[in-house]
Design a protein around this ligand. Sequence first.
Ligand SMILES: Cc1cc2nc3c(=O)[nH]c(=O)nc-3n(C[C@H](O)[C@H](O)[C@H](O)COP(=O)(O)OP(=O)(O)OC[C@H]3O[C@@H](n4cnc5c(N)ncnc54)[C@H](O)[C@@H]3O)c2cc1C
Length: 377
Amino acid sequence: MSTDTRHIVVLGGGALGISTAAHLIRKGVDVTVVTEAELASGASGRSLSWLNSAGERSQEYHDFRLAGIDRYRELKAAHPDSDWLEFGGGVFWGTGAEAARDRHDAEVAKDYASQLLDPQSLSEVVPGLNAVAVDSAAVFNPEEGWVSLPHLIDHLSAQITEGGGLIVTGAGRSSVLTEGGRALGVRTASGEEHRGDAVVVACGPQTPAVVAELGVRLEDASPLSMLVISEPFEVPERVVLNTPRAAVRPNPGSTIAIDHDWYEDQIVTNEDGTYDIPQETVDELVAEAARLYAGEPGIRAAGWKIGLKPIPGDGEPVFGELDSVPGCYAIFTHSGATLALIGGELVANELVDGVKEEMLATFRPERFGQSQVAAAS
Ligand SMILES: Cc1cc2nc3c(=O)[nH]c(=O)nc-3n(C[C@H](O)[C@H](O)[C@H](O)COP(=O)(O)OP(=O)(O)OC[C@H]3O[C@@H](n4cnc5c(N)ncnc54)[C@H](O)[C@@H]3O)c2cc1C
């Protein structure tokens, strides 16, 4: 975009929208964030938020995620006492030794820090684990970490308001205002208008629906997902665990966050748009998590949240200005926890400095093909 971008409206108060807004504030831009409900009420409020680039993916996506992890390391160095961002490493095992071996080989080929360990060696590296639960081989990634996104959003939103930015919560389902095909602001559900020189749509799993109103198609493969937060207990380990029946990360307040995908088809969508899941399924997921720790501590669910997990149709991130709607920028990504800081930084650079960031080159929205229908009002 251009160097005369002075006021930008960000639609969406999740990790990506808030990070973008905070980076814009640092660059001296006036910012208004408009969001449907409270901050972090979307995917960012129910995310496992494991900071990683484990497994196999395109080189471009891998590089983007590594840069994302680096930014979190810088944040941790600046705030070493934060209990919502830690780098204790990550552990993975699948069903059968091949799962771990294949993953390890792919990681080593990309120079990603990865150790292939048998259960005994793993229990020496990560002593609080239940070695019996581990399959014949596991991968330890010592440079991975986790973040609690609601805490990150608190941290960054304070910078936005201290920098003179405006955060409008409770705006309801809002839409992008256009004139002559160009984005010039946002209209809230009650009809209030917030105008600017450009608009960033960072609506998580709702981004495809918001830009569809502008005639732009983003392929969407967002599944329903659930995140459980435990009651406090003595959490024996600070690592992230990715296992065949439970993925677990530490969480502030001596709790853990747990998710997986084996129960996705048990989630029921009610007519009013709320979701339900059988209590036994939640209990089973928590029991699977407890089995991962030495001594199988008694763990209980304090609560759980269900909603869509944003995933573009081809699995790769979407970051870029819409060709057919100048002034409108779309962000839609899985792994948005890992990408939140670097993504917000690069989007702010593109918006303010008028540069095209090389790191975003393969993630542009037009790869899905864009067509503009009648310009929205
Ligand atoms: C269960 C689960 C596990 C995950 N695990 C990981 C992981 O391990 N590692 C990782 O890196 N990432 C992970 N992710 C993905 C990551 O959490 C998301 O990519 C990221 O939180 C998305 O942030 P966002 O700001 O784009 O969207 P959101 O957090 O969804 O924020 C969008 C905001 O926009 C608002 N909004 C939507 N539509 C409108 C509208 N029309 N008008 C006004 N406001 C609107 C919403 O209310 C919401 O507050 C996980 C996600 C889930 C759900």
